[in-house]
Design a binder for this molecule. Structure first.
Ligand code: ATP
Ligand code: MG
Length: 257
C-alpha cells in the first residue's frame, strides 16, 4: 500500500487563492509523474470543478459524505492525469453531507495516490477544521495584507491546537508594492517558511474565465512557474525551468499527458 501524503490547503480569510493553489499545484505534481488527487472539501461553496471546466458530474463528495456513494465513484480524471474528487454545488447536497465522515471515506484513497491535496473552506468552522485535522500537513495560503495575515494567524493557532503541522506558507497575489507585508516579516510573524511567492498575475484571472487552470492556459506565466517550482520543492526535485513551446502544448492537448 502506498503512503499517501495528505496536504490540506487552508486559509483564514476567504478568497486568498486556496482553490487556485490546489488546482495548479495538483496539476504541477501530476506533471512530475506523482500520482495526485485533488479533493474539494469546500462543501458549502465548492468551485474546484468549475475552475477545471468539469461539468455534468453526477457523483461528488456530497453523495459520498451523505453515505449514498463510495469515494471511488467520485474520482474523475483531470488535466495531465491529476485525479479529481469534486464537490457538488447544490444546497440540498450540502445539507445532506456529513463532514465528520471525511476521514473515514478518505481511507479508501490511501492506496490510490502519492499526494492528496484537499481544498479546504476558509475560516474556522467545522467544515474547515476537519480537513485540517485529518491532514499530515497544512499549506497556509496568505495574501500580503493585514486582514489575511491576522486571519491566517488564527489558522496557525488552530493547527497547533489540533497538532497538525503547518508545512509553510504560500504567499499569493504578491505585487511587491509599498504597504504590502513582505516575505521576511511574514516568516517572522508566523515562525514559518514562505514556500512560494505567487505573483499577482492577470493570467490567473484570464484562466478562470477559460475554466482551465493557469498551468494549462499560460504555462510560461510567472504564476504557473511559481506553482511548478513549489511542486518540485515539495517532491525534493531540483526545479529546472523549461519554456513550454506551442508544439509541446499542441501534442499534450491531443495526447493528454
Ligand atoms: N496569483 C493570482 N493573481 C491574480 N488573481 C488571483 C491569483 N490567485 C488567485 N486569484 C484570483 O483570486 C480569486 C480567489 O481565488 P480562489 O478562488 O483560488 O481563492 P479561495 O481561497 O479558494 O477562495 P474561497 O475562500 O472563496 O474558497 C479568483 O478570482 C482568482 O482568480
Ligand atoms: Mg476556494
Amino acid at each position: 500500500m502506498q503512503n499517501v501524503k495528505v496536504i490540506t490547503v487552508a486559509s483564514g480569510k476567504g478568497g486568498t487563492g486556496k482553490t487556485t493553489t490546489t488546482a495548479n499545484l495538483g496539476i504541477a505534481l501530476a506533471e512530475l509523474n506523482k500520482q495526485t488527487i485533488i479533493l474539494d472539501a469546500d462543501i458549502a461553496m465548492a468551485n474546484l470543478a468549475l475552475l477545471l471546466g468539469m461539468e455534468k458530474i453526477d457523483v461528488t463528495l456530497h453523495e459520498v459524505l451523505s453515505g449514498e456513494k463510495n469515494i471511488k465513484e467520485a474520482i474523475y480524471e483531470g488535466p495531465k492525469g491529476v485525479m479529481v474528487v469534486p464537490c457538488g454545488i447544490s444546497l440540498a447536497g450540502f445539507q445532506r453531507s456529513h463532514p465528520e465522515r471525511l476521514q473515514e471515506v478518505l481511507m479508501d484513497l490511501l492506496d490510490e495516490a502519492e499526494f492528496l491535496l484537499i481544498d479546504a473552506p476558509a475560516g474556522l468552522g467545522k467544515d474547515s477544521i476537519i480537513p485540517m485535522a485529518i491532514a499530515d500537513e497544512i499549506l497556509l495560503v496568505l495574501n500580503p495584507e493585514v486582514s489575511s495575515v491576522s486571519d491566517g494567524l488564527k489558522i496557525k493557532i488552530m493547527a497547533d491546537t489540533i497538532e497538525t503541522n503547518v508545512r509553510g506558507i504560500i504567499l499569493n497575489r504578491v505585487r511587491k508594492r509599498k504597504g504590502e507585508i513582505d516575505r521576511d516579516k511574514i516568516e517572522k510573524i508566523f515562525n514559518l517558511k514562505v514556500l512560494a511567492e505567487i505573483p499577482e498575475d492577470t493570467s490567473v484571472i484570464d484562466s478562470v474565465a477559460k475554466r482551465r487552470p493557469v498551468l494549462l492556459t499560460k504555462p510560461n506565466s510567472s504564476a504557473a512557474i511559481a506553482y511548478k517550482r513549489l511542486a518540485a520543492d515539495l517532491v525534493g526535485q531540483k526545479f529546472e525551468y523549461k519554456k513550454e513551446t506551442v508544439i509541446k502544448r499542441f501534442i499534450s492537448s491531443i495526447f493528454g499527458r
